[in-house]
Design a protein around this ligand. Structure first.
Ligand code: ADP
Length: 210
């Protein structure tokens, strides 16, 4: 097996978790160990940045007022719109999700590593990712720690963080979808042995062709 074949030929793990659970922290640890990382949030950002592949469709679907003078999607305006209107949210997702899939596959075919990790914050919510993955890994932590971490990282207040969390799957729903769980309720150092164990498992499964 080569290190850079199309995603379907490489062992693929979907890594997910609620806001502030520790996805980025854990992803960095997998990257240090040699996993190939595809970050779908980063891809969604690129698609909606100036000149991004989703801009023309967003402009024709939502109008010029959702595009900034520099040619990016107006994130704050769009966030407010989709928060208030679930039909608008579906229309935005209908534009973004297929493009995210295409760009994720393209990135996956280019990034070297013995197996792939797709970081998908809304994996459980989206429904369509799971069938494309060999395995789902959930970064789990108690809700009060999510709130504390996001508040200190972002400057949002507690009710704002809780409002974001209310739009995401519950802790229980994520755990039900998990093949593997990384519990992030201690120090960052406590994550290392858990990542070591799963990295060894994924590398072994990838070597066996799953
Ligand atoms: P996510 O990507 O899931 O939103 P992050 O990995 O960015 O979560 O973690 C959220 C914040 O909490 C970051 O500022 C990160 O440095 C911090 N953090 C993550 N895990 C721990 C931990 N075990 N102890 C202390 N801080 C942590």
């Amino acid at each position: 097996m080569t290190n850079s074949g199309p995603p379907t030929t490489r062992f693929s793990v979907g890594l997910t978790g609620g806001i502030g659970s520790g996805k980025s922290t854990v992803t960095d640890m997998f990257a240090e160990r040699g996993a190939a990382i595809v970050d779908t949030d980063q891809i969604a950002h690129q698609l909606t940045a100036p000149g991004g592949a989703a801009i023309a469709a967003i402009q024709s679907e939502f109008g010029d007022s959702f595009i900034t003078p520099s040619g990016a999607m107006d994130r704050a305006r769009m966030r407010a719109r989709v928060f208030a209107d679930s039909e608008a949210k579906k229309r935005l997702e209908a534009i973004l999700h297929p493009l995210i899939r295409i760009e994720s596959d393209r990135a996956a075919s280019q990034v070297p590593g013995s197996y792939l990790i797709f970081v998908v914050p809304l994996l459980v919510e989206s429904g369509t990712w799971k069938q494309r993955l060999s395995r789902v890994c959930v970064v789990d932590c108690p809700e009060h720690l999510q709130v504390k971490r996001v508040m200190s990282r972002s400057g949002l207040n507690e009710s704002q963080v809780l409002a974001i969390m209310a739009t995401q799957a519950t802790r229980q729903a994520r755990l039900s979808a998990a093949d593997d769980v990384i519990l992030n309720e201690g120090s960052q150092a406590d994550l290392r042995p858990q990542v070591d164990r799963l990295h060894a498992l994924y590398a072994a499964l990838a070597a066996k062709g799953r």
